[in-house]
Design a protein around this ligand. Structure first.
Ligand code: SF4
Length: 335
Protein backbone atom coordinates (compact mmCIF):
# COMPACT_ATOMS: atom_id res chain seq x y z
CA UNK A 1 0.00 0.00 0.00
CA UNK A 2 1.37 3.42 -0.90
CA UNK A 3 2.04 5.84 1.92
CA UNK A 4 -0.22 8.81 2.46
CA UNK A 5 1.53 12.15 1.94
CA UNK A 6 0.87 15.12 4.17
CA UNK A 7 2.35 18.60 4.11
CA UNK A 8 2.03 20.90 7.11
CA UNK A 9 2.04 24.39 5.63
CA UNK A 10 3.81 27.18 7.47
CA UNK A 11 3.39 30.54 5.74
CA UNK A 12 6.31 32.91 5.96
CA UNK A 13 5.16 36.08 4.18
CA UNK A 14 7.31 38.41 2.17
CA UNK A 15 10.20 39.45 4.36
CA UNK A 16 11.47 42.68 2.86
CA UNK A 17 11.28 41.17 -0.63
CA UNK A 18 13.03 43.68 -2.92
CA UNK A 19 11.05 42.52 -5.95
CA UNK A 20 7.63 43.61 -7.03
CA UNK A 21 6.33 40.99 -9.42
CA UNK A 22 3.29 42.55 -11.06
CA UNK A 23 0.89 39.89 -9.78
CA UNK A 24 2.07 39.79 -6.19
CA UNK A 25 1.08 41.28 -2.96
CA UNK A 26 2.47 38.46 -0.89
CA UNK A 27 0.79 39.44 2.34
CA UNK A 28 -2.56 39.33 0.59
CA UNK A 29 -1.94 35.95 -1.02
CA UNK A 30 -0.99 34.17 2.16
CA UNK A 31 -3.76 35.89 4.12
CA UNK A 32 -1.19 36.53 6.84
CA UNK A 33 0.19 39.88 7.87
CA UNK A 34 3.00 38.87 10.18
CA UNK A 35 5.87 36.45 10.30
CA UNK A 36 4.76 33.70 12.69
CA UNK A 37 6.35 33.51 16.12
CA UNK A 38 8.26 30.33 17.03
CA UNK A 39 5.44 29.30 19.36
CA UNK A 40 2.94 29.74 16.53
CA UNK A 41 4.98 27.50 14.22
CA UNK A 42 5.20 24.80 16.90
CA UNK A 43 1.46 25.15 17.51
CA UNK A 44 0.72 24.69 13.79
CA UNK A 45 2.92 21.57 13.64
CA UNK A 46 1.50 19.98 16.79
CA UNK A 47 -2.06 20.69 15.74
CA UNK A 48 -1.60 19.14 12.31
CA UNK A 49 0.19 16.09 13.71
CA UNK A 50 -2.85 15.33 15.88
CA UNK A 51 -5.15 15.20 12.87
CA UNK A 52 -3.23 12.64 10.77
CA UNK A 53 -4.84 9.25 11.17
CA UNK A 54 -3.05 6.95 8.69
CA UNK A 55 -0.19 4.89 10.11
CA UNK A 56 1.55 4.51 6.75
CA UNK A 57 2.41 8.11 6.05
CA UNK A 58 5.04 10.62 5.04
CA UNK A 59 4.80 14.03 6.67
CA UNK A 60 6.61 17.11 5.48
CA UNK A 61 6.73 20.68 6.74
CA UNK A 62 6.29 23.18 3.92
CA UNK A 63 7.66 26.69 4.32
CA UNK A 64 5.62 28.59 1.78
CA UNK A 65 4.50 32.14 1.16
CA UNK A 66 7.62 34.09 0.37
CA UNK A 67 11.09 33.42 -0.94
CA UNK A 68 12.49 31.34 1.89
CA UNK A 69 16.12 31.47 0.77
CA UNK A 70 15.87 35.24 0.33
CA UNK A 71 15.78 35.79 4.07
CA UNK A 72 19.07 36.07 5.99
CA UNK A 73 20.86 32.72 6.42
CA UNK A 74 20.64 32.96 10.20
CA UNK A 75 16.88 33.37 10.07
CA UNK A 76 16.53 30.44 7.64
CA UNK A 77 18.58 28.34 10.04
CA UNK A 78 16.39 29.44 12.94
CA UNK A 79 13.14 28.39 11.22
CA UNK A 80 14.67 25.08 10.13
CA UNK A 81 16.02 24.33 13.60
CA UNK A 82 12.49 24.51 14.99
CA UNK A 83 11.65 21.46 12.89
CA UNK A 84 14.76 19.36 13.70
CA UNK A 85 13.40 17.77 16.92
CA UNK A 86 10.43 16.41 14.94
CA UNK A 87 12.75 14.96 12.32
CA UNK A 88 14.98 13.36 14.95
CA UNK A 89 11.95 11.72 16.58
CA UNK A 90 10.81 10.60 13.09
CA UNK A 91 7.50 12.43 13.50
CA UNK A 92 8.28 14.37 10.35
CA UNK A 93 10.13 12.95 7.37
CA UNK A 94 11.19 16.05 5.47
CA UNK A 95 11.02 19.76 4.79
CA UNK A 96 9.99 21.47 1.58
CA UNK A 97 10.16 25.15 0.81
CA UNK A 98 9.47 27.56 -1.99
CA UNK A 99 11.78 30.28 -3.26
CA UNK A 100 12.94 32.31 -6.23
CA UNK A 101 15.39 30.90 -8.81
CA UNK A 102 17.89 33.70 -8.23
CA UNK A 103 18.00 33.03 -4.50
CA UNK A 104 19.78 29.72 -4.97
CA UNK A 105 23.51 29.35 -4.40
CA UNK A 106 25.89 26.71 -3.00
CA UNK A 107 26.03 28.23 0.48
CA UNK A 108 22.25 28.22 0.82
CA UNK A 109 21.95 24.70 -0.58
CA UNK A 110 24.57 23.38 1.84
CA UNK A 111 22.66 24.82 4.79
CA UNK A 112 19.37 23.38 3.54
CA UNK A 113 20.93 19.97 3.07
CA UNK A 114 22.36 20.01 6.58
CA UNK A 115 18.91 20.95 7.90
CA UNK A 116 17.15 17.99 6.25
CA UNK A 117 15.33 19.95 3.58
CA UNK A 118 14.14 17.43 1.01
CA UNK A 119 12.33 19.41 -1.69
CA UNK A 120 12.93 22.87 -3.10
CA UNK A 121 10.20 24.44 -5.19
CA UNK A 122 11.19 27.29 -7.47
CA UNK A 123 8.70 29.85 -8.68
CA UNK A 124 9.72 29.52 -12.32
CA UNK A 125 6.38 31.04 -13.48
CA UNK A 126 7.44 30.99 -17.14
CA UNK A 127 10.40 29.97 -19.25
CA UNK A 128 9.70 32.76 -21.69
CA UNK A 129 11.99 35.75 -21.08
CA UNK A 130 9.51 38.20 -22.58
CA UNK A 131 6.78 37.06 -20.17
CA UNK A 132 9.21 37.23 -17.23
CA UNK A 133 10.28 40.73 -18.23
CA UNK A 134 6.74 42.01 -18.70
CA UNK A 135 5.85 40.57 -15.30
CA UNK A 136 8.82 42.30 -13.62
CA UNK A 137 9.95 38.98 -12.21
CA UNK A 138 13.52 40.18 -11.95
CA UNK A 139 15.12 36.95 -13.18
CA UNK A 140 15.56 35.20 -16.51
CA UNK A 141 14.65 31.73 -17.72
CA UNK A 142 18.38 30.98 -17.85
CA UNK A 143 18.69 31.67 -14.13
CA UNK A 144 15.86 29.24 -13.41
CA UNK A 145 17.57 26.59 -15.53
CA UNK A 146 20.84 27.11 -13.67
CA UNK A 147 19.17 27.01 -10.23
CA UNK A 148 17.25 23.84 -11.13
CA UNK A 149 20.51 22.09 -12.06
CA UNK A 150 22.21 23.17 -8.82
CA UNK A 151 19.27 21.90 -6.76
CA UNK A 152 19.40 18.50 -8.43
CA UNK A 153 23.20 18.36 -8.17
CA UNK A 154 22.88 18.79 -4.40
CA UNK A 155 20.48 15.85 -4.24
CA UNK A 156 17.19 17.65 -3.54
CA UNK A 157 13.84 16.90 -5.09
CA UNK A 158 13.00 19.69 -7.49
CA UNK A 159 9.64 21.42 -7.85
CA UNK A 160 9.05 24.02 -10.53
CA UNK A 161 5.91 26.12 -10.28
CA UNK A 162 4.37 27.84 -13.27
CA UNK A 163 1.80 30.55 -13.84
CA UNK A 164 -0.43 30.90 -16.87
CA UNK A 165 -1.91 34.09 -18.28
CA UNK A 166 0.87 36.45 -17.18
CA UNK A 167 1.40 39.55 -19.35
CA UNK A 168 2.53 38.43 -22.82
CA UNK A 169 1.73 34.76 -22.19
CA UNK A 170 0.10 32.46 -24.73
CA UNK A 171 -1.01 28.84 -24.60
CA UNK A 172 2.01 27.85 -26.73
CA UNK A 173 4.39 29.62 -24.32
CA UNK A 174 2.77 27.92 -21.34
CA UNK A 175 3.03 24.53 -23.02
CA UNK A 176 6.70 25.22 -23.75
CA UNK A 177 7.17 26.11 -20.07
CA UNK A 178 5.58 22.82 -19.05
CA UNK A 179 7.89 20.88 -21.37
CA UNK A 180 10.94 22.74 -20.02
CA UNK A 181 9.89 21.91 -16.45
CA UNK A 182 9.82 18.24 -17.43
CA UNK A 183 13.14 18.41 -19.30
CA UNK A 184 14.84 20.00 -16.30
CA UNK A 185 13.96 17.01 -14.14
CA UNK A 186 11.31 18.43 -11.80
CA UNK A 187 9.46 15.76 -9.87
CA UNK A 188 6.55 18.05 -9.07
CA UNK A 189 4.86 21.24 -10.17
CA UNK A 190 2.03 23.62 -9.37
CA UNK A 191 0.01 25.44 -12.00
CA UNK A 192 -1.37 28.83 -11.02
CA UNK A 193 -3.66 30.81 -13.30
CA UNK A 194 -2.82 34.50 -12.86
CA UNK A 195 -5.44 36.43 -10.91
CA UNK A 196 -5.62 40.14 -10.21
CA UNK A 197 -5.08 40.94 -6.55
CA UNK A 198 -5.77 44.32 -5.02
CA UNK A 199 -2.83 46.70 -4.55
CA UNK A 200 -0.63 45.07 -7.19
CA UNK A 201 0.75 46.53 -10.42
CA UNK A 202 -1.48 44.10 -12.29
CA UNK A 203 -4.50 45.61 -10.57
CA UNK A 204 -3.46 49.04 -11.80
CA UNK A 205 -2.94 47.72 -15.33
CA UNK A 206 -6.27 45.95 -15.22
CA UNK A 207 -8.03 49.17 -14.20
CA UNK A 208 -6.46 51.18 -16.99
CA UNK A 209 -6.94 48.45 -19.60
CA UNK A 210 -3.28 47.48 -19.96
CA UNK A 211 -3.85 43.92 -18.75
CA UNK A 212 -6.70 41.52 -19.30
CA UNK A 213 -6.69 38.29 -17.29
CA UNK A 214 -7.75 34.98 -18.82
CA UNK A 215 -11.43 34.20 -18.40
CA UNK A 216 -12.23 31.17 -16.29
CA UNK A 217 -13.14 29.20 -19.43
CA UNK A 218 -9.87 30.16 -21.12
CA UNK A 219 -7.82 29.19 -18.07
CA UNK A 220 -9.60 25.83 -17.88
CA UNK A 221 -8.96 25.30 -21.62
CA UNK A 222 -5.24 26.04 -21.21
CA UNK A 223 -4.77 23.81 -18.19
CA UNK A 224 -6.76 21.08 -19.95
CA UNK A 225 -3.84 20.98 -22.44
CA UNK A 226 -1.04 21.44 -19.90
CA UNK A 227 -2.08 18.95 -17.20
CA UNK A 228 -1.82 15.81 -19.38
CA UNK A 229 1.67 16.89 -20.53
CA UNK A 230 2.84 16.64 -16.92
CA UNK A 231 0.85 13.48 -16.19
CA UNK A 232 2.30 11.69 -19.21
CA UNK A 233 5.81 12.61 -18.09
CA UNK A 234 5.19 11.37 -14.54
CA UNK A 235 5.54 14.84 -12.99
CA UNK A 236 3.25 15.19 -9.99
CA UNK A 237 0.93 18.17 -10.22
CA UNK A 238 0.56 19.10 -6.57
CA UNK A 239 -1.82 21.97 -7.11
CA UNK A 240 -3.90 23.46 -9.88
CA UNK A 241 -5.22 26.93 -9.05
CA UNK A 242 -4.51 29.31 -6.22
CA UNK A 243 -5.07 28.06 -2.70
CA UNK A 244 -8.35 29.52 -1.50
CA UNK A 245 -6.91 31.30 1.53
CA UNK A 246 -9.50 32.99 3.70
CA UNK A 247 -8.20 36.40 2.75
CA UNK A 248 -9.07 35.82 -0.88
CA UNK A 249 -12.40 34.14 -0.41
CA UNK A 250 -13.93 36.33 2.24
CA UNK A 251 -12.54 39.75 1.44
CA UNK A 252 -12.32 41.95 -1.62
CA UNK A 253 -8.66 41.20 -2.33
CA UNK A 254 -9.34 39.29 -5.50
CA UNK A 255 -10.50 41.79 -8.09
CA UNK A 256 -10.47 39.81 -11.35
CA UNK A 257 -9.21 36.69 -13.05
CA UNK A 258 -9.88 32.98 -13.28
CA UNK A 259 -10.17 32.05 -9.63
CA UNK A 260 -12.41 29.14 -8.72
CA UNK A 261 -12.22 27.10 -5.51
CA UNK A 262 -12.68 23.88 -7.53
CA UNK A 263 -10.45 24.82 -10.42
CA UNK A 264 -8.84 21.40 -10.75
CA UNK A 265 -12.23 19.75 -10.85
CA UNK A 266 -13.32 22.08 -13.65
CA UNK A 267 -10.23 21.12 -15.64
CA UNK A 268 -10.68 17.38 -15.09
CA UNK A 269 -14.34 17.66 -16.02
CA UNK A 270 -13.26 18.98 -19.43
CA UNK A 271 -10.49 16.39 -19.83
CA UNK A 272 -13.11 13.71 -19.17
CA UNK A 273 -15.53 15.32 -21.57
CA UNK A 274 -12.92 15.05 -24.33
CA UNK A 275 -13.03 11.29 -23.72
CA UNK A 276 -16.75 10.90 -23.17
CA UNK A 277 -17.86 12.96 -26.13
CA UNK A 278 -16.30 10.37 -28.43
CA UNK A 279 -18.79 7.72 -27.27
CA UNK A 280 -20.87 7.18 -30.38
CA UNK A 281 -24.32 8.69 -30.26
CA UNK A 282 -26.99 5.99 -30.33
CA UNK A 283 -30.62 6.52 -29.67
CA UNK A 284 -32.25 8.69 -27.05
CA UNK A 285 -34.16 5.66 -25.79
CA UNK A 286 -31.06 3.81 -24.60
CA UNK A 287 -29.26 3.73 -21.25
CA UNK A 288 -25.53 4.41 -21.26
CA UNK A 289 -23.41 2.63 -18.64
CA UNK A 290 -19.86 3.95 -18.24
CA UNK A 291 -17.12 2.24 -16.20
CA UNK A 292 -14.46 4.68 -15.00
CA UNK A 293 -11.54 4.45 -12.56
CA UNK A 294 -12.73 4.72 -8.97
CA UNK A 295 -10.47 7.69 -8.21
CA UNK A 296 -11.77 9.66 -11.16
CA UNK A 297 -15.48 9.03 -10.75
CA UNK A 298 -16.33 12.57 -9.64
CA UNK A 299 -14.35 14.10 -12.47
CA UNK A 300 -15.96 11.82 -15.04
CA UNK A 301 -19.44 12.74 -13.80
CA UNK A 302 -18.19 16.32 -13.91
CA UNK A 303 -18.35 19.39 -11.73
CA UNK A 304 -21.96 19.67 -10.58
CA UNK A 305 -22.75 16.69 -12.82
CA UNK A 306 -21.83 18.62 -15.98
CA UNK A 307 -20.76 15.61 -18.05
CA UNK A 308 -23.73 13.55 -16.95
CA UNK A 309 -26.03 16.39 -18.05
CA UNK A 310 -24.22 16.63 -21.37
CA UNK A 311 -24.69 12.89 -21.98
CA UNK A 312 -28.33 13.02 -20.95
CA UNK A 313 -29.03 15.09 -24.06
CA UNK A 314 -27.98 11.98 -26.04
CA UNK A 315 -29.27 9.10 -23.91
CA UNK A 316 -32.38 8.32 -21.90
CA UNK A 317 -30.31 7.47 -18.81
CA UNK A 318 -26.63 7.56 -17.90
CA UNK A 319 -25.01 5.47 -15.20
CA UNK A 320 -21.41 5.88 -14.06
CA UNK A 321 -19.76 2.91 -12.34
CA UNK A 322 -16.58 3.27 -10.26
CA UNK A 323 -14.39 0.40 -11.40
CA UNK A 324 -11.35 -0.64 -9.35
CA UNK A 325 -10.02 -2.64 -12.28
CA UNK A 326 -9.44 0.46 -14.38
CA UNK A 327 -6.21 2.16 -13.44
CA UNK A 328 -5.75 4.69 -16.20
CA UNK A 329 -8.00 7.53 -17.26
CA UNK A 330 -10.19 5.59 -19.65
CA UNK A 331 -13.84 4.65 -19.88
CA UNK A 332 -15.57 1.47 -20.93
CA UNK A 333 -19.16 1.80 -21.87
CA UNK A 334 -22.20 -0.31 -22.63
CA UNK A 335 -25.27 0.98 -24.41
S1 SF4 B 1 6.22 36.82 -6.06
FE1 SF4 B 1 7.87 36.44 -4.58
S2 SF4 B 1 9.61 37.55 -5.46
FE2 SF4 B 1 7.81 38.37 -6.45
S3 SF4 B 1 7.25 40.15 -5.25
FE3 SF4 B 1 6.09 38.42 -4.46
S4 SF4 B 1 7.32 37.62 -2.78
FE4 SF4 B 1 8.66 38.94 -3.98
Amino acid sequence: MSKKHYTIPVFIPELACPFQCVFCNQRKITGKQLVPEDSEIIFIIENHLKTFKEKERIIEIGFFGGSFTGIPLQQQQHFLELVQPYIKKKKIQGIRLSTRPDYINDKVLELLKKMNVTTIELGAQSFDDEVLKKSYRGHTAGQTTEAAKQILDHGFDLGLQMMIGLPGDTLEKSLATARKIIDLGASNTRIYPTVVIKDTALHQWYKNGKYQPLTLDEAVDWVKEILPVFENAGVKVIRVGLHPSEGLLSGDELTAGPFHPSFRELVLTEIWWNLLKTIPEKTKHKTLIIHVPEKELNYAVGYKGKNRKRLLTRYKAVKFIADKQIARREAFFVV
